[in-house]
Ligand binder design. Structure first.
Ligand SMILES: [Zn+2]
Length: 243
């Protein structure tokens, strides 16, 4: 039902928020031969955005998600448009938790962001390499480390859980357990403590990225990118940005 109204509604949420949805640059010819709004970021559109613009859009996207007013994504169109090239605005580092899918909870579509997922959203050399590719070579302008409440990896690190390769992964989270200042019960059964450690883990991961990736640190110093963190609440659906 490709009416003009539907095409209008298929605009990506990013641009509805950016207020540039009527720009001629957003028009493209779809594969079925009618004019449609582009379904994925073009290079020009992405390059116009500042890191703060992109963070504001992510914030707005989470607000739409929480209101149940997500953009009516046309995933097939996004897939078709982005197949010719990708110009994502951000690279996200988030946990594998099935309840914390970053794109969904920020109302993002295909081609909008890179997303590296690993239990406990920790950074290692491979993750840093992926982020350097995303920002230095592919032009992403935001590095967002997203932790979440009631994280099983954080609980495992607190409990000193041991299992195959998981043991080594949890060891990377333990500095956050140790450096979390907390007056109450420091156990995995205390969700308030678990969430405090998850928050500290995001802060330490952001610091690690700056320290261990001179490539990203230089881009941030120049103002080309912003590296920041956020905590997602499984209970409320709210994403709290640190900066
Ligand atoms: Zn998790």
């Amino acid at each position: 039902m490709p009416t003009a109204h539907c095409n209008h509604m298929n605009r990506r949420g990013f641009f509805r928020i950016a207020g540039v949805a009527t720009a001629v640059g957003l028009l493209s010819t779809s594969s079925v031969g009618h004019l449609a709004f582009a379904a994925a970021l073009s290079k020009a559109q992405r390059d116009k955005l500042t890191p703060d613009d992109i963070i504001a859009m992510m914030r707005k996207g989470n607000e739409r998600f929480r209101r149940g007013e997500e953009s009516p994504h046309n995933y097939l169109e996004q897939q078709e448009v982005s197949a010719k090239g990708q110009y994502p605005a951000a690279v996200i580092l988030s946990c594998i938790d099935s309840r914390a899918p970053a794109e969904t909870i920020m109302d993002l579509g295909i081609g909008d962001c890179f997303n590296a997922r690993v239990a406990g959203n920790i950074a290692n050399e491979d993750i840093l390499g992926s982020m350097e590719f995303a920002c230095k070579l592919a032009g992403a302008k935001v590095v967002l480390v997203m932790g979440h409440t009631a994280c099983g990896a954080i609980k495992g690190a607190i409990d000193n859980a041991e299992l195959g390769n998981l043991t080594g992964l949890l060891a990377k989270i333990k500095p956050a357990v140790q450096s979390t200042t907390y007056a109450g019960e420091r156990s995995a059964k205390n969700y308030s403590f678990v969430d405090a450690v998850a928050r500290k883990n995001v802060e330490l991961t952001v610091a690690d990225i700056r320290k261990n990736s001179p490539v990203l640190a230089e881009l941030e110093t120049k103002g080309a990118i912003k590296i920041t963190g956020a905590m997602y609440s499984l209970e409320t659906g709210a994403l709290e940005f640190f900066g």
